[in-house]
Design a protein. Sequence first.
Length: 116
Amino acid sequence: NNKKGSNLYDYWGTDISDVLNQDESDLIVNLASNEYFKAIDKKTLKANVLNIVFKEKKGETYEVIGIYAKRARGLMVNYIIRNRLTSKELLKDFSDEGYRFNQKLSTGSSWVYLRG
C-alpha cells in the first residue's frame, strides 16, 4: 500500500490542481476523459472549468461514443493550438469532421458538440 494513497486519485491528491492553479488563466477547457479528469481535485481549482462533450447521432438521439469522443477531443486541442485561441467564445466555431456547437444542449459549464 502506497503511503500517498490506495488509488490514482488519492496518489495525486491536490498536486495536479496545484500546478493548474499556478497558471493565471481564469478558465480551464476540459478536454480530458472523465477518468483522467477525476484525478484533479476540482474543489481546489481557482479557475472555472468548461467541460466539452462530443455526441454522435444514434437513431433519434445523440450519445457519447468513447472512441469518437476521444478523437474529437484531440481534434479540438489541435484546433485551439493551430488557431491560437484566447477566447472560449471562439470554441463555438469548431467544426472539424462535422461537429457543430449546440447551444440548446449546452450550459455555462458544459458545451455540447453534435455530429450526424
